[in-house]
Design a protein around this ligand. Structure first.
Ligand code: PLP
Length: 384
C-alpha cells in the first residue's frame, strides 16, 4: 500500500506556481486547486527521462494517451470508451470553449449550475454564448441538479449545458439517475451537454463515479466529456486534456475542430498524462484517495471542535471543501477577513455565484498539520 503524504512546508515554499507565489510567506495558501503532494513516481520518471533526452518537441499526431485513458476508464469507472473518439487539447477549459463554439451559435444560451467553478461563467462568454443560471438544489443530505429548472431553461431556448461532475465546489458526484434524466431532457430539446470530469479520478471509492457518457444512449448522443489527469496528479501547468465522445455525430464535431486545438497540447502534459493514467500509477492514486479521505474527516473534526458555527458537508470527491460560514456574521465574503486577519487564503464564495455568499472554498489537498493550523488561525478570529 502506497502512502501519499504532502511535502514539508519549507519545500512547498520553493515551488513557483500560483499557489505558492500569489501571497506572502506568512499566508497559508488553501485557495487554488493545486495539491501539495509529490508527483506519482511513474510521472517523475517519465518527465526525467524526457528532460534527459531532450524530448521537448511537439506532440506526435498519434499518441498512446487515448488507449491509456480508455484502459483507465474501464479499470476505475467500469466505463467502456472508444479511443478513436477522443482528441487531446491543452487543458479542460480550452476543450470546453472549443466544443461550445461548435455546438452553440453566437448569443445562444448555455446553462450553468451555480455555485460552480467560477471560470465556467467566463468560458461560456469566451465561446460567444450567454450564461443561464440554474442553481443546484440543496436537499438536506446533498446538492442536486435542478432537473425541472434545466428543462425550463431548454424550453426557453438554451441550447447547451455545462455540467461539472464531480461538482466543484460542493464535491458532489451526481447520481446515475440524475445524469440519465439530464441526458433525456437534453436529447428531447436537442441541447448539448458538456461534462467537465476533471475531478473524476478523485471520486472516493465509497461513492464511485458515473461518467455522463456512460448513462445511456441519450447521453451518448448529446454529450461531450472533457477529462484530464491534471487535478488528481497536480499537472495543471503541463497542459494536457482529452475531449471524449461516444457517438459518431459528436465524434465528428470534435474531429472537426481545427488541428491547432490539438497542437496546443503540451508534450510534457501528454507524457505525464500517459504515466498518470497507466496501471502503474493506480496504487499511488489509491494512496492519494486514502490521504484525502483522512483529510476530509480531519477537516470535519477540526471545524466541529474549533469553529462549530461552520457548516460543512463532506465531499464525495476531490480535495475541495465548500464551507458555509454565514453563521459567523462575517459578511458575504468571509474569505476576505480570513485572508487579512488570519493569514489563510481561501477561495471567495461569491465568485462561485450568488449562492456562494457567506461561503468559502478550502483546498485540503495538503498535510494534516496545515489543515489544523488553518482552522486554528480562522477560529482565533471568532472572539476578536
Ligand atoms: C471543474 C474544473 N474544471 C476545470 C478546471 C481547470 O482545468 P484546466 O487547468 O485543465 O483548464 C478546474 C480547476 O480547478 C476545475 O476545478
Amino acid at each position: 500500500m502506497l502512502e501519499v503524504t504532502a511535502l514539508p512546508l519549507a519545500e512547498l515554499r520553493e515551488r513557483s506556481s500560483e499557489k505558492w507565489r500569489e501571497y506572502p510567506a506568512d499566508v497559508l495558501p488553501l485557495f487554488v486547486a493545486e495539491t501539495d503532494f509529490p508527483l506519482a513516481p511513474a510521472i517523475s520518471s517519465a518527465l526525467r527521462r524526457a528532460v534527459d533526452i531532450g524530448d521537448t518537441g511537439y506532440i506526435a499526431s498519434r499518441t498512446p494517451l487515448p488507449e491509456t485513458y480508455a484502459d483507465f476508464a474501464l479499470r476505475r469507472f467500469g466505463w467502456r470508451v472508444d479511443p478513436s473518439k477522443m482528441r487531446t487539447t491543452a487543458d479542460v477549459s480550452m476543450g470546453i470553449v472549443e466544443i461550445l463554439r461548435r455546438v452553440t451559435q453566437p448569443g445562444e444560451r448555455v446553462v450553468v449550475t451555480p455555485p460552480v467553478y467560477p471560470p465556467f461563467f467566463d468560458l461560456v462568454s469566451e465561446a460567444g454564448a450567454e450564461v443561464v443560471r440554474v442553481p443546484l438544489v440543496e436537499t438536506g443530505a446533498q446538492w442536486e441538479l435542478d432537473l425541472d429548472g434545466i428543462r425550463a431553461a431548454f424550453e426557453d431556448g438554451a441550447t447547451a449545458l455545462l455540467l461539472c461532475n464531480p461538482h466543484n465546489p460542493t464535491g458532489t458526484v451526481h447520481t446515475r439517475d440524475s445524469l440519465a434524466a439530464l441526458a433525456e431532457i437534453a436529447h428531447e430539446y436537442g441541447a448539448a451537454v458538456i461534462s467537465d470530469e476533471i475531478h473524476a479520478p478523485l471520486a472516493q471509492p465509497g461513492t464511485g463515479f458515473t461518467p455522463f457518457l456512460d448513462t445511456g444512449e441519450a447521453a451518448e448522443r448529446v454529450g461531450y466529456a472533457v477529462v484530464s489527469a491534471s487535478k488528481a496528479f497536480n499537472l495543471a501547468g503541463l497542459k494536457c486534456a482529452l475531449m471524449v465522445t461516444a457517438s459518431d455525430r459528436t465524434s465528428a464535431v470534435v474531429r472537426g475542430l481545427p488541428i491547432e486545438v490539438e497542437w496546443r497540447t503540451g508534450q510534457f502534459g501528454l507524457l505525464a498524462a500517459v504515466a498518470a493514467f497507466s496501471e502503474e500509477s493506480d496504487a499511488w492514486l489509491d494512496g492519494l484517495l486514502r490521504t484525502l479521505d483522512a483529510n476530509r474527516l480531519l477537516l470535519e473534526d477540526q471545524l466541529a471542535s474549533k469553529l462549530p458555527a461552520a457548516r460543512y458537508r463532506i465531499p464525495d470527491a476531490g480535495y475541495l471543501a465548500w464551507i458555509d460560514l454565514s453563521g459567523l456574521g462575517w459578511g458575504d465574503n468571509p474569505a476576505r477577513r480570513i485572508l487579512k486577519e488570519a493569514k489563510v487564503a481561501l477561495h471567495f464564495g461569491p465568485a462561485f455565484g450568488e449562492q456562494g455568499r457567506g461561503f468559502v472554498r478550502l483546498n485540503f489537498g495538503t498535510s494534516p498539520e496545515i489543515i489544523t493550523e488553518a482552522i486554528e488561525r480562522i477560529a482565533s478570529l471568532v472572539d476578536r
